[in-house]
Design a protein around this ligand. Structure first.
Ligand code: HSE
Length: 413
């Protein structure tokens, strides 16, 4: 029998206890021994819980209990999770985590500490909720050079975009609905602004390319400025708009990173991933494209991933599984302004003909778009491949000419 502890009895932590109890026999047989919850850390009281006598408010009760070998960290955030995790690993306990913020910011350091202490730091639940992606990327695709990873990594924004596309809800209406249904984080800015997806693509890129990619190095945009007019123009191109997170290995060895709303063709594998679902498309040089799809959040799916890590930590039996990446002294990430990409731009112009002339003369083979109910003072077009930097310069000159930029969205086709 092996004893574990859970830190943080919120949605995910309570889900871990629930799934461990619900699937007790099958989990024990897969782990090769019984798994018993010895302690649960939470500052709140849960007197009516079936685990009431296991609760403690003192972290040291877990740290100093030598019989506890594995700890599930489901607190989230950096403080106090970072300090707690370091202490537990140094004390020779494996830690499994659903905490994407901590892994994205401090994964390199925590993985090193785990290795030095011959224990494991595992975080399958930190990306894509219940979707198996960390282990497949690390183990099953180990034979491949990963050319790129592209994904829908945030359920809330995918839900919002689905409602905008399918039910013509405005961004504000769709966000309210997502909050009502409990999909958005407490502070939805991390979802809609792209920070949540950013953390997740950083974890995947670090794992795929062996060097820590930090969220602050990533060019990040959210979906808060996407309008129903943009959705309609995308539809006129046979496309949809999704919040896409992408990591791509360049020939010069650097990694191109991007988190932003992107226009993708309806025929692409990610276009049909709707509602709160997440999907991760991975291109390996031997295997080709592999798609992982599933529930990207939620109590039971995320608990399922945390317990998979607990089972692995049990089976690892005093060895450190080789999942690892190195700290990145010099940034591994390329300068996004050197990326070459197609753009969609929407402008407001009192003189639409003058705007059209400017566009045709200054952009590379632009295609003027049209949509139903298009106001007379609106013009939208898509460019050919252009340097991010050139597009930036041209949008500045559009503004100088008196044309107001309403939208600028990247096109991935
Ligand atoms: N708020 C996140 C999402 C939860 O919407 O995907 C899982 O990280």
């Amino acid at each position: 029998m092996i004893k574990i502890a859970i830190m943080g009895y919120g949605v995910v932590g309570s889900g871990v206890a629930e799934v461990l109890s619900m699937n007790h026999d099958i989990i024990s047989s897969r782990a090769g021994q019984e798994i018993e919850i010895a302690k649960i850390l939470d500052l709140r009281s849960f007197d009516d819980s079936p685990y009431a006598e296991l609760f403690t408010k003192d972290f040291n009760d877990i740290l100093n209990d030598k019989s506890i070998k594995i700890v599930a960290e489901t607190i989230g955030g950096l403080d106090p999770s970072y300090e707690f995790t370091k202490k537990l690993l140094k004390a020779g306990k494996s830690v499994v985590s659903s905490n994407k913020e901590l892994v994205a910011q401090k994964g390199d350091e925590l993985l090193s500490i785990a290795k030095e202490n011959n224990v494991n730091y595992l975080f399958e639940a930190s990306v894509g909720g219940g979707i198996p992606i960390i282990r497949p990327l690390h183990s099953c695709l180990a034979a491949n050079k990963i050319e790129w990873i592209q994904g829908i990594l945030n359920g809330t924004t995918n839900f919002i975009m689905t409602k905008m596309i399918e039910e013509k809800l405005s961004f504000e209406q769709a966000l309210l609905l997502a909050q009502k249904l409990g999909y958005a984080e407490k502070d939805p800015t991390a979802d809609i602004g792209g920070a949540d997806a950013n953390r997740k693509i950083c974890i995947l890129a670090s794992l795929a390319y062996g060097k820590h990619v930090y969220p602050h190095e990533v060019h990040q945009y959210g979906i808060e400025d996407v309008t129903l007019a943009d959705v309609a123009f995308a539809q006129s191109m046979g496309c949809v708009i999704k919040l896409i997170a992408r990591a791509k290995k360049l020939e010069n060895g650097k990694i191109s990173m991007m988190v932003c709303p992107a226009i993708i063709p309806v025929s692409s594998k990610l276009a049909s991933i709707n509602d709160v679902y997440n999907a991760i498309l991975v291109k390996g040089n031997a295997v080709g494209e592999v798609l992982f799809v599933g529930a990207g959040a939620g109590k039971m799916p995320t608990a399922s991933a945390v317990i998979a890590d607990i089972v692995d930590a049990v089976k690892a039996n005093n060895t450190s599984i080789s999942q690892y990446w190195a700290p990145s002294c010099e940034s591994a990430v390329s300068n996004y302004r050197e990326d070459v990409i197609k753009f969609y731009l929407r402008l407001q112009a009192d003189d639409v003909e003058a705007a059209k002339e400017f566009i045709l003369n200054n952009y590379t083979t632009p295609i003027i778009l049209s949509r139903l109910d298009q106001p007379e003072n609106e013009i939208a077009f898509k460019t050919d491949f252009m340097l991010e930097d050139d597009v930036k310069k041209l949008t500045i000159s559009l503004t100088e000419k008196g044309f107001k930029q309403l939208s600028k969205i990247r096109i991935l086709d």
